[in-house]
Ligand binder design. Structure first.
Ligand code: FMN
Length: 147
């Protein structure tokens, strides 16, 4: 049965960091990426969160393993960013961002405290380990929800 196969496949969660390659306005590029992501991810049951700031990205993708792999393979080919570093990749028991096909937060001056929670003075996602990246994305998501 299809439901059984999908259930057995399990959830996968992937976190990576990357750098905006600089073509066009960063804010507009982020908006375009998020709007395409919401549409595409909904179709394949992928959810997650994109943290963007200082020309850098930190993204969490979660969903059926094949869908996450295929989505990430497409993302990795995208010329709008480079220097992709996988920070965490593996099976997950449950979703962290089930309400968002792609939630997002643009880091601004008011986010110093958020960064400080994971020991950062500036947003430097490629240097984070999985535990701190998870914490940063989770906190950013909570903050974003509060508005
Ligand atoms: C930082 C970053 C994050 C992205 N995240 C996603 C994503 O979660 N889902 C997605 O479908 N595309 C994502 N993309 C865009 C893909 O690379 C690709 O452009 C898009 O999936 C193509 O979709 P389209 O054919 O509908 O335009 C991301 C791109 C970048 C640079």
């Amino acid at each position: 049965m299809l439901e059984f196969e999908e259930g057995r496949q399990g959830l996968r969660r992937l976190i990576y960091a990357s750098r905006f390659t600089g073509e066009g306005d960063f804010g507009e590029v982020v908006r375009a990426i998020v709007s395409a992501s919401i549409q595409n991810n909904r179709l394949v049951d992928v959810t997650g969160f994109l943290l963007a700031g200082e020309g850098l990205f930190l993204q969490w993708l979660e969903g059926p393993a094949t869908a996450v792999e295929e989505t990430f393979a497409r993302i990795a080919q995208d010329k709008r960013h480079a220097d992709l570093v996988t920070i965490g990749d593996g099976a997950a028991e449950r979703r962290r961002f089930r309400d968002w096909n792609m939630g997002q937060h643009r880091l601004g001056a008011a986010d110093q405290a958020l960064l400080a929670e994971v020991g950062l003075e500036v947003f430097n996602p490629a240097g984070l380990d999985a535990e701190r990246a998870e914490r940063l994305l989770t906190r950013a998501g909570e903050r974003h929800l509060r508005g």
